[in-house]
Design a protein around this ligand. Structure first.
Ligand SMILES: Cc1cc2nc3c(=O)[nH]c(=O)nc-3n(C[C@H](O)[C@H](O)[C@H](O)COP(=O)(O)OP(=O)(O)OC[C@H]3O[C@@H](n4cnc5c(N)ncnc54)[C@H](O)[C@@H]3O)c2cc1C
Length: 388
């Protein structure tokens, strides 16, 4: 067993940390207040070559694993950019995995270089308003008409749709009543986010204001057959393939947010003097912060164990899900405790911790909730009866 980063991984972390140091808490505060996509940051990450960290080398990527992608996203989140910073580059770094894994060489040659070099932004279109986590029941329909599909339906919570050029879209091609299993008959498309056929309405939300989330109203969107990823009807499987690495990356980000929150809280606890001593001298302040450190480290171990399992081609569903569960909890607990430690100033935007807190909460909801992860572990790991 080896718990050390390789010199290359350590160097990678240092380089990303240096890049992120050019984007202060004040920068992220401003993007948050203005609800403005962090384009300068996004372009800096692209220019540094980090968007292609886990992309195939033949299309301009670095061909590294989920471990390295997780390290990059963790450093980005831990810089104070939090979920906004990570979400602005997340889709380019790993979100298009179904295209990488199941796209044709022509599709990849046409699309991946733009994604790797930051010219193409992509939205991920799965969630629907009337369906929620029950993805196989999604209602968006794609009906084949010659060499095109006519797509109609609604999506919700689709991040970066205000900015994106492309969308990875999951839609039903065979009605639910006509398939053997509900997971069959869904197809995946990588296509233009055509604003003439898709109305995009931004959702006002709790945090991560720099990266938009939206409702999509899809009305007779014509998608060329050549934009379909893989076989018709296998889209759900293609999405599933990418879920474990996705959980790992989200876990790494959530820990990053927890770490920066803990750092701010610790600094404040050393400096803030009340009753004639630093507040950090009180055990009621110290112990919860120490607990946060321990929880973040434990979640981090499981996160990178899951990454190692994935990168070495081993099953990692249990670990990836558990890592996401624990990391999101630990990240939110650290941000919450940081806010408490700062007292009134924890509630002031000037100290940034309230932004960390708002953004860390997101990881407890998206892309998967703790309830569903616990159901997965109960069923798949413990062998208990399926509950939903
Ligand atoms: C900021 C943000 C960004 C997002 N970005 C994207 C995106 O880019 N693309 C995209 O496709 N989606 C995106 N999502 C959607 C996200 O993945 C979903 O919100 C999430 O999966 C939860 O689904 P839901 O909101 O429909 O919850 P619901 O399915 O409505 O569930 C509501 C609650 O009930 C619980 N619940 C439901 N069923 C059960 C059960 N059987 N047992 C126990 N508890 C249950 C859930 O855990 C949850 O707590 C985003 C969401 C947010 C908040």
């Amino acid at each position: 067993m080896d718990f050390q980063w390789t010199p290359e991984q350590q160097a990678l972390r240092d380089q990303v940390r240096r890049l992120c140091a050019g984007f202060s808490d004040d920068y992220w505060h401003e993007q948050d207040v203005k609800h403005e996509f962090p384009e300068t940051f996004y372009q800096a990450v692209a220019q540094g070559g980090w968007l292609g960290i886990a992309m195939p080398e033949e299309y301009g990527g670095a061909g590294l694993g989920v471990t390295e992608a997780a390290l990059v996203l963790q450093e980005i989140a831990a810089s104070g950019g939090c979920a906004a910073a990570a979400s602005s580059v997340h889709m380019n770094i790993f979100g298009v995995n179904p295209l990488v894994a199941h796209g044709t060489p022509e599709q990849k040659a046409a699309q991946l270089p733009g994604i790797i070099h930051g010219r193409t932004k992509v939205a991920f279109g799965v969630t629907e308003p009337d369906v929620g986590l029950d993805t196989t029941h999604l209602k968006t329909r794609a009906v084949r008409e010659g060499d095109r599909y006519r797509v109609n339906g609604r999506k919700i919570w689709i991040s970066t749709a205000q900015e994106a050029h492309k969308i990875l879209l999951l839609a039903r091609t065979t009605p639910l009543e006509e398939v053997k299993r509900p997971t069959d008959g869904l197809s995946l498309f990588f296509t233009d986010l055509n604003r003439e056929a898709i109305e995009i309405r931004e959702i006002l939300k709790c945090g991560r204001h720099a990266v938009d989330s939206n409702e999509l109203f899809i009305d007779d969107l014509m998608v060329p057959v050549g934009d379909r990823i893989g076989e018709e009807g296998k889209g759900f499987k293609y999405i599933l393939d990418g879920l474990n690495p996705e959980r790992i990356l989200i876990a790494a980000e959530a820990i990053g947010v927890g770490r920066v929150a803990l750092q701010h809280a610790t600094r404040y606890a050393k400096e803030r003097v009340v009753f004639g001593r630093p507040i950090g001298q009180n055990q009621a302040i110290q112990h919860p912060l120490a607990q946060c450190w321990a929880s973040l480290e434990a979640a981090n171990l499981l996160t990178f164990k899951a990454a190692w399992l994935y990168d070495t081609g081993q099953p990692c569903g249990a670990e990836a899900n558990a890592a996401k569960l624990l990391a999101a909890d630990a990240g939110f607990a650290a941000a919450d405790r940081a806010m408490q430690t700062l007292g009134g100033m924890g509630y002031a935007q000037e100290f940034h911790v309230e932004r960390y807190w708002r953004e860390s909460k997101m990881y407890r909801i998206a892309p998967i909730t703790p309830e569903l992860i616990l159901s997965y572990i109960a069923e798949r790991v413990l062998g208990l009866p399926k509950s939903y």
